[in-house]
Design a protein around this ligand. Structure first.
Ligand SMILES: NC(=O)c1ccc[n+]([C@@H]2O[C@H](COP(=O)([O-])OP(=O)(O)OC[C@H]3O[C@@H](n4cnc5c(N)ncnc54)[C@H](O)[C@@H]3O)[C@@H](O)[C@H]2O)c1
Length: 405
């Protein structure tokens, strides 16, 4: 249940705090800061397909190290089978029992789902995670696009090293509303895009709150509505609701961009943006572009947040081309796990969990800075295991330094 003691009359989902490098130190964190009451979180783990199990295992190792070092909370995992392999073996992509177990958890940690050669008879892929988004009303897909040190700069401009923006992808309606409902005849096919006032209001409020939290940490404090309001009535409606909600957040700058121009601007001047909020399909596409901007999909974390539930997974898929080789970059999943701790800590008022999330983020930063994380994705020599070890070494080092200070 939502923690009412923190929420008061605040009826909308809490935005995630987004960490700057120094958050762990800012929190004044050290072993003497741990809270004495142990809070246990129930985490449903859906490892899924392809590289999913590898990256989830990596994230769990880092989460375990952070919980050990920070103290004050622990994580109890329940493994849940779901995905394309599950469908191939059992005829179900996720059992009703598994689905309900995920619903009961404090949070869901997911690896990746899907195998291109395992499909439903209608030709679409196995995707129980889309059903979870709908059933758990995970409307806010938070996808940070952030450049870490020593990662390949795809843009020559010096400012590319400072890319740090959020793609906020509405994740329950838009064009994905038609998932499983499209109409197909011999001569034509239709998929319908849905925008509702209720979800859009929640989405925009989330966006402005997220921008306010980021502004407090030194970011621009800006939300840009990415749409296609010049062509579609649904998008003009989306923009109208954006304006209505923006009026409640005068401290945050608002802007607009058509999605095609936004694709251009993400290449031309990504450093000018803070929070980009958009419809589901636009977010699906632009977040891969964002991942590419900062190195690759292994750098693209994701938090899917609703009023009652949170699901945390990398933005990437099951990467069948590298599955089974032990070379998947676990960074996106580790950073998603850090966002999970942020969210759990905020939601349940467990500062230790929030601090542990910040510590993981800072450890990833240091891991790249000290070249302990060298993904094969960027022509490095790191295995999933060695990169995970690099994060844990950095995490323990940061904690020791903080205690010594
Ligand atoms: N949320 C999800 O679970 C999700 C998201 C996208 C795609 N998928 C599914 O995943 C399968 C593969 O899809 P795809 O190939 O289009 O996308 P993908 O994200 O799996 O892979 C795209 C490219 O990025 C690379 N890549 C992705 N993650 C990586 C990582 N952690 N480390 C190193 N390289 C990484 C892959 O090797 C590949 O070259 C499909 O079945 C698709 O439906 C699932």
């Amino acid at each position: 249940m939502r923690d009412q003691s923190r929420d008061g009359d605040f009826s909308r989902a809490e935005a995630l705090p987004c960490h700057c490098r120094s958050d762990y130190e800012d929190a004044g964190h050290g072993l003497d800061q741990t809270v004495s009451r142990m809070r246990s979180f129930d985490i449903a783990v859906v490892a899924g397909d392809g590289i999913g199990p590898d990256v989830v295992m990596a994230a769990q190792a880092v989460l375990g190290a952070a919980a050990r070092v920070v103290g004050g909370f622990d994580l109890q995992y329940t493994d849940i089978r779901a995905g394309a392999g599950c469908y191939r073996d059992t005829g179900e992509d996720m059992s009703t029992e598994a689905f309900e177990r995920a619903r009961q958890a404090d949070a869901i940690l997911l690896g990746a789902i899907g195998l291109p050669d395992v499909r439903f008879p209608d030709g679409t892929e196995i995707s129980p995670h889309l059903r979870m988004r709908d059933a758990f009303r995970l409307f806010a897909g938070v996808r940070p696009v952030k450049a870490f040190p020593n990662t390949p700069r795809k843009l020559l401009d010096e400012r590319a090293k400072d890319i740090d923006l959020i793609i906020l992808r509405e994740s329950t309606e838009g064009l994905f509303y038609s998932h499983g409902k499209g109409e197909v005849t011999d001569t034509e096919a239709r998929d319908t895009l849905l925008i509702t006032r209720a979800v859009s209001e929640d989405l925009f409020d989330f966006a402005f709150k997220l921008a306010a939290q980021r502004k407090a940490r030194g970011h621009k404090g800006q939300v840009v509505c990415v749409d296609k309001a010049n062509v579609f009535r649904s998008m003009a409606f989306f923009r109208k609701i954006f304006d209505e909600r923006a009026a409640h957040h005068p401290e945050i700058a608002k802007g607009y961009n058509y999605v095609d121009a936004q694709a251009l601007d993400l290449i031309r001047r990504p450093w000018d943006f803070d929070v980009l909020v958009m419809e589901n399909m636009f977010g699906d596409i632009l977040s891969d572009l964002g991942g590419g901007l900062v190195g690759g999909m292994g750098m693209a974390p994701c938090a899917e947040i609703g009023l009652e539930h949170g699901l945390f997974q990398p933005a990437h898929g099951s990467a069948p081309d590298i599955a089974g080789q032990g070379i998947a970059n676990p960074t996106a999943t580790i950073l998603s796990a850090a966002m999970m701790l942020d969210w759990l800590g905020e939601r349940h008022n467990v500062p230790a969990a929030t601090q542990a999330g910040a510590l993981i983020h800072d450890a990833v930063w240091r891991g790249y800075e000290r070249k302990r994380i060298r993904p094969v994705e960027f022509d490095g020599d790191g295995t999933t295991q060695s990169m995970t070890d690099g994060v844990i070494t950095s995490l323990e080092e940061l904690a020791a330094e903080s205690n010594a200070a």
